[in-house]
Design a binder for this molecule. Sequence first.
Ligand code: NAD
Length: 345
Amino acid sequence: MNKKINISIVGTGLMGLQHIKAISKSKKVNLHSIVDISNNSKSLSKKYKIPLYSNVNELLNSKNLDAVIVATPNQLHEKHTISFLKNKIPVLLEKPISDNINSAKKIISSANKNRTPLLIGYHRRHNPIVSKVKELIDKGKLGNIVSANVLCWLYKHKAYYNEKWRISKGGGPLGINLVHDLDMICYLLGSIKYVQAFTSNSVRKFKVEDTATINLVLKSGALCTLNISDTIVAPWSYELTAGENPAYPKTNQSAYFIGGTKGSLQFPNLNSWYYKSERSWWKNIFDKKYNIKSDGNTLVNQIDHFCDVVSKKIKPKVNGNDGLNSLKIFDAILKSVKTGKKIKV
Ligand SMILES: NC(=O)c1ccc[n+]([C@@H]2O[C@H](COP(=O)([O-])OP(=O)(O)OC[C@H]3O[C@@H](n4cnc5c(N)ncnc54)[C@H](O)[C@@H]3O)[C@@H](O)[C@H]2O)c1
């Protein structure tokens, strides 16, 4: 049997904890240690019987470290990630790659210079449902993609906003929820050329948006609309339909609707629509459901993939440039909101 990969987690907050749980379910990995400055992490260190380090240098001086997961706040991604890459320690870096484009470029250049793998934590790409959608599109089952409609409508409860950062810049649904969808759209449909976006805070009245609509023009010529709100009672968001996180009770609805010249597909519930003979709105349209189970273990799949990147030297499924790409689109969306103009990505 292959040797297990020893992984340390830097930052054991909300997301770091999810990674600890995923590691405990993976057969390919050992939890080596954790790094955090918070007192809460002492109980984690006791629970999992692993060393707790208070900074990255202490971890770098430890023995038998193979790789790390960086799940600290976005503003610290550059500093933490580069210190590992310089020491040739592969990094699974939580999304977004960083809080700004220059910093993201520095991270990518360090990974290249040190020839050390960097995997960005867009974990949805490790969901078998998403792989099936990608396969169907790439095989041309939908024909040429003409348009896509993506919904992220959900209702965040009142107590969620007790954390003040969630009602200040970057804490709204654009900063929290949208980047995953941007990565997914690029993965499935290709690069984005132009964006135009509008936001509203008319329901919650916080400084930050509660709702946004975004138009995307893809390099392929296809068009896409994204409609996102955290103040709509509705079942149509990836979060509430993919079953990836038990914190969000799953509905059997969909969040993505992708339309092509031969057929259309909605997912996560994987229902597709097509004509059996002549394509005509006067003929019966048929539907077919693909039965691919989302195993609820997307983070475990991601960890297993990261271990293969480290041990078998396969290429990361989501690399630094993918991370930079979604950050650039996000940046263009914010510019469009500010200026009211269509922005080139
Ligand atoms: N993939 C996803 O779906 C997803 C979901 C949530 C968050 N995230 C990402 O994960 C990262 C962390 O977000 P979070 O919600 O877990 O934040 P969080 O605030 O809950 O956790 C951050 C942790 O980092 C620790 N920390 C802060 N400074 C540190 C330092 N100098 N050294 C070591 N530890 C330090 C904090 O004490 C805290 O425990 C962010 O990049 C966020 O965007 C990803």
